[in-house]
Structure formats: C-alpha cells, structure tokens
Ligand binder design. Structure first.
Ligand SMILES: Nc1ncnc2c1ncn2[C@@H]1O[C@H](COP(=O)(O)OP(=O)(O)OP(=O)(O)O)[C@@H](O)[C@H]1O
Ligand SMILES: [Mg+2]
Length: 308
C-alpha cells in the first residue's frame, strides 16, 4: 500500500466486566480516507472509537493511530484527534461563542478570540454568536459540533453518529463538508446507521457483537455477502406471501413500495421458490440488485443466531 495508514490496529479487544464488547477487531484506514462504521445498536462502535482515540485502554490488541502507539501514547493521540460524540456535547445554556471559546481553551488555542471568530466565520454563524447553543436546529447543532472538533486542526476525525435525527438537506451539507475535509487530507472514521451515508464512504466496516464481520467498499461488501436478489412486481395475496416467505432458499422478503425484494444465498433454490409466481397474471419477477441493507440484515440475523 502506497498511502500511509492513519489508523492501523489489530486485535483490539475491550471487556466490561465479563462481557467482551469489542472482540479482536482489526482496522486499517489510509490517510485521507473516509471509512464508515456500521452495525446494530450495542455492537461496539462507540467503544471502538473510544479505544482508537485513547479515551479507553484496550485489554488486548496493538497498533498505531497517526503513527503513535495506541497503548502507550494515548495523550499524544488525543491532541491530534477530533472526536464528535454520539450526543450533542455542548452547553445548551451557553452561547455559541461561549461554547467555542470553551473548546478553544481546552485545546490551548491562542489567541482564543481569534480561533473562535475564525470558526464562527467559517460556519457563517458570526451574526448569531450570542444565541444560546440549545436554541439551534438539529442540523446547526451538528455543524457547530463538527466545527468545534476541527478547531485544533486534528489529523483524524472520529464522528459517532454525527447526523442522527438531522434532515436530509442538512445531512447532505454535513457530508459535503466531510468530503471537503478529507480532500484536504483529514482522515475520517464515521459511525452511522444510514445506508445512504455508508454509500458516501470510501470504505465501510460492519461490526456485530463486537466482531468486525466485513470490511471493504460497498460493492465489495455486497459481493462478498454472496446474496442474490429478485424483485417481484405486483400485488401478492397473503397466502402467496406466506408461501414465498416459507419457501426453501428464501432468506428475506421485504416490501419496497409496490414491489418486493426477495433475497437468498442459493440462486437455484431462490429461482425455484419464485417459479410459481412467474405464472401468475399481474405478477412480474425479475433479477434485482442486492442492497447494502439486505446484506446488513443477513449479518444481523447471522450474528444473533451465533450469539444465541
Ligand atoms: N462503560 C461501560 N460499561 C459497561 N458496559 C458498557 C460501557 N460502555 C458500553 N457498554 C456496553 O458495551 C456494548 C457496546 O456498546 P457501544 O456503545 O460501543 O455500542 P454501539 O455500537 O455504539 O451502539 P449504538 O449503535 O447504540 O450507539 C453495549 O452493550 C453497552 O451496553
Ligand atoms: Mg454508539
């Protein structure tokens, strides 16, 4: 690999009590890369992010973050990382400017006023600097949080569900900004539950029950899943629906608007399960593309079954 790695960790493991929450996780992220981190609730995304930025100490594992040892140089790592926590972490009853100046002092930026003014200007929030942070809209809160966590010019951004509950336009603007920052050389690891956001990343990693189940580009992850998808157009009767769901080879049946996505691993069995429907008037069956969501549902089901 020609580009150097901003994150290069192996075997990262974290236990809380007896529970292994992050289990032997390997992660390599190149400089300037945007990597999406996906997985069900409680799968260990936030914990992994905290291990990487030096806020938590791993029970096992090794490697480097920004060329620094993840086990022994956590203080130095923290100074060069921007970490946006899962929940809005500002003082809602302080103004926008007061919040930024708090962050500027935290990082020892000098002069504080200049750093704050520059950030406000970049955000286009100069005229609203005296507004209480708690009164900002969801989208603006996230933009403020992002601006605050790049004030000290970190080399690595760790964003933990930065756009949860934010409307599509604000989310798009947020992602434009992330791509702009990555274009300037910043490396980004971003956790999300949104499929469209996964598709905006250069690569993704999928974690369930603390284990990294797949990494790669979206295309690689979809291909690697080995799933086959057919699309059924037309209205199915309840008994047809039941028969299809129960048929051998059918692993998922999911409605998308007026059509159904029928997903399985074995192409022949899947085709055979759909055969009776092909003869029905008003119903059309055609090959479809497997979506990332289909793949994640399979991962989740598989991980649940293994855990049980
Ligand atoms: N400090 C802690 N002490 C004990 N258990 C914890 C602690 N932090 C997290 N956990 C547990 O570890 C597991 C993984 O949590 P984590 O927050 O990393 O998941 P997540 O993937 O970020 O989930 P979500 O998508 O809901 O944010 C959860 O079961 C959680 O309850
Ligand atoms: Mg989390």
């Amino acid at each position: 690999m020609s580009a150097s790695l901003a994150i290069d960790v192996r075997g990262l493991t974290k236990r809380f009590g007896k529970r292994v929450v992050v289990d032997d996780v390997d992660l390599a992220v190149a400089e300037g890369e945007i990597v999406g981190f996906l997985g069900p609730n409680g799968s260990g995304k936030t914990t992994t992010i905290r291990l990487i930025c030096g806020l938590l100490r791993p029970d096992a594992g090794e490697g480097s973050v920004l060329g620094l040892n993840v086990r022994t140089q956590s203080a130095a790592i923290k100074r060069q990382v921007g970490y946006m926590t899962q929940r809005f972490s500002f003082y809602e009853d302080l103004t926008i400017a007061e919040n930024l100046s708090f962050v500027a002092r935290l990082y020892g930026l000098k002069p504080v006023e200049e750093a704050v003014a520059k950030t406000l200007d970049g955000l286009g929030l100069s005229s609203r600097k005296d507004q209480l942070a708690g009164t900002l809209s969801g989208g603006w809160k996230q933009r403020l949080a992002l601006a605050a966590c790049i004030m000290h010019q970190p080399k690595l951004l760790l964003l933990d569900e930065p756009t949860a509950g934010v409307d599509p336009k604000a989310r798009r603007e947020f992602w434009d900004e992330i791509h702009r920052l990555a274009g300037e050389g910043l490396t980004v690891l971003v956790s999300t539950h949104y499929m469209d956001e996964a598709e905006r990343c250069h690569r993704i990693g999928y974690i369930a029950y603390g284990r990294m189940l797949a990494t790669g580009t979206v295309e690689e992850v979809v291909r690697g899943s080995g799933l086959v998808t057919y699309i059924v157009h037309g209205a199915l009767k309840p008994e047809q629906m039941r028969a299809l769901s129960a048929a051998e080879g059918v692993e998922q049946v999911a409605p998308f608007g007026a059509s159904l996505h029928v997903v399985g691993t074995d192409r022949e069995k899947l085709a055979a399960a759909l055969e009776p429907l092909r003869r029905e008037p008003g119903i059309r069956v055609e090959p479809g593309e497997t979506s990332l969501e289909d793949v994640f549902i399979k991962f989740m089901t598989g991980a649940q079954e293994r855990a049980a």
